[in-house]
Design a protein around this ligand. Structure first.
Ligand code: BG6
Length: 489
């Protein structure tokens, strides 16, 4: 179903996110005929471009980051919807110019006043941009308007509250779409279908049958050129506050009263309310933090330690790895550890969720080979699929029991990029897979005490070798409870 007519006003139009993700996503939508005839994109950023040179940049971005090669005819049709307006967002005067331009394209393409404002820029400007949208009357529309904003949403509860109240002076909560791109991932969205469209899971989806849950998101890249952001953020704010907790919520939420936006978000929020908040002593017991040291890359070349990366303080204590044991203190999950781990410069790039079921009594198959537990593995990246580990008899007469796997894999390349879905949903006004303010604020309430403990040096920062799977302390965290991390595949 094609999206409604709209004007897409993109702040940060020359930035990395726009080039890597947003333009390719818009092009995919256009190619799939999901963008309406009556749409326009107005790019806004500081650099001075003409419409022509902006479109050249757009084309270069599509060539570099697009999924498919560009079809010349389609490109012509696509490009004509794009124009550019140089705007320094600190200067309210320049919003007037932007306003004129938006009105001009609305007239040219006969678009009703239905506007999407997308802030793909440094977060310190979010509040100011909202204010200037108001002052310049850009946000004053006869139709609808939506504000899509990128992370990070604050750097702690108090800054998030400030930002939120700035935005709320101009936009209603229902008009604000806070992006967490993990919620756009096919398999993260599939968790809800898996759980609520199959009768075999719900009866065992609780502490009577599940021994633990393991959520891993590992990356091979290091800090790249983002030191100035990452030094102030670290893995806790960069990955745990948002993506990791979102996956925890999707796994742990109760069935919503209906599959509708607010009902789903209500249930997710309840998970965060039950998530145990840690005292400093509990941070020591339940959280591991690490930082990558040197290590070999695939070709044997030595990769630099985090502290030697460009722009990083040589004595930096920023964590590039976190593992933690979380508890959701509610009726369903009491006593079940949720282990999470995420880090940069690890051996593989993978995102995976493993549900480990409790052991059967051992008396029947008390053989030397270990009887492995049942596992439900949800593969989010690089493959998208599900596998279930069972025990079965090895064919033959020796009666050996061996683990076997039942696999389901999505066709490679069949599922759209997270940003394609999120743009589609956001423009359409479906905020199910965006984060609501109470989710954000509760996530910070969980994260803030951990950040405070980190500042006090708790737990100690362990170095791990680049290309490994994090510090030994991460394994010890799980082994302490009699478990192991299941290797990501
Ligand atoms: C972003 C973080 O939100 O997620 C990055 O800021 C991280 O540091 C990225 O690399 C990981 O996303 P993905 O989709 O590649 O797993």
């Amino acid at each position: 179903r094609a999206l409604p007519p709209h004007t897409f006003i993109l702040f940060g139009a020359t930035g990395d996110l726009a080039r890597r993700k947003l333009y390719p996503a818009l092009y995919d939508l256009f190619q799939d005929k999901l963008l309406p005839e009556r749409f326009a994109v107005v790019g806004a950023a500081r650099r001075s471009y003409t419409d022509e040179s902006f479109r050249d940049e757009l084309r270069a971005a599509l060539e570099e980051f697009g999924r498919n090669s560009i079809e010349p005819e389609l490109w012509e049709q696509f490009a004509k919807h794009f124009s550019y307006c140089a705007v320094d967002v600190r200067n309210p005067e320049e919003f007037k110019k932007l306003n004129e331009q938006v009105r001009k394209v609305e007239q040219a393409f006969d678009i009703p006043e239905q506007r999407v404002f997308y802030l793909a820029m440094a977060p310190e400007f979010f509040g100011e941009v909202a204010l200037h949208l108001y002052d310049s009357k850009l946000s004053d529309v006869k139709g609808w308007r939506r504000l899509i904003i990128e992370k990070p949403f604050g750097r702690d509860l108090s800054s998030a509250e400030t930002l939120n109240s700035q935005l709320r002076e101009v936009f209603e909560e229902e008009e604000i779409y806070r992006i967490d791109h993990y919620l756009g991932k096919e398999m993260v969205q599939n968790i809800e279908v898996l759980r609520f469209a199959n009768s075999i899971f719900e009866p065992v989806w609780n502490n009577r049958s599940i021994a633990n849950v393991q959520i891993t998101s590992s990356e091979t890249v290091g800090v790249e050129d983002r030191a100035s952001y990452y030094e102030r953020s670290g893995a806790l704010r960069d990955m745990v506050q948002n993506h990791m907790l979102q996956m925890v919520m999707m796994i742990a939420m109760e069935p919503p009263s209906r599959l509708k936006t607010e009902a789903i978000r209500d249930e997710k929020v309840k998970v965060l309310r039950s998530l145990r908040r840690f005292s400093e002593n509990e941070v020591k017991a339940h959280v591991v933090r690490g930082q990558y040291g040197e290590g070999p890359d695939k070709s044997g070349k030595t990769l630099p330690a985090y502290r030697n990366e460009h722009g990083v303080d040589a004595a930096s204590n920023t964590e590039t790895f976190i593992a933690a044991r979380l508890y959701i203190d509610n009726f369903r999950w009491a006593g079940v550890p949720f282990y999470i781990r995420t880090g940069k410069r690890m051996s593989v790039k993978a995102t995976e969720i493993v549900i480990q079921f409790k052991d059967m009594p051992r008396m029947y198959f008390n053989q030397e080979g270990q009887l492995l537990p049942n596992l439900l593995v949800i593969r989010v990246y690089p493959e998208e699929g599900i596998s279930i580990q069972l025990n079965a008899k090895r064919p033959g007469t020796d009666g050996t029991v061996v683990p076997v796997a039942m696999e389901f894999s999505q066709e490679p390349d069949n599922s759209p990029e997270a940003y394609v879905r999120l743009l589609y949903d956001g423009i359409q006004g479906d905020s199910t897979f965006f984060t609501r303010w109470d989710e954000v604020s509760l996530a910070w309430k969980f994260v803030d005490p951990i950040a405070a403990a980190f500042r006090d040096g708790i737990p100690p920062l362990s170095e791990y070798e680049s290309g490994s799977f994090g510090p030994a302390a991460s394994n010890e965290l799980v082994e302490h409870d009699g478990f192991v991390w299941w290797p990501v595949t």
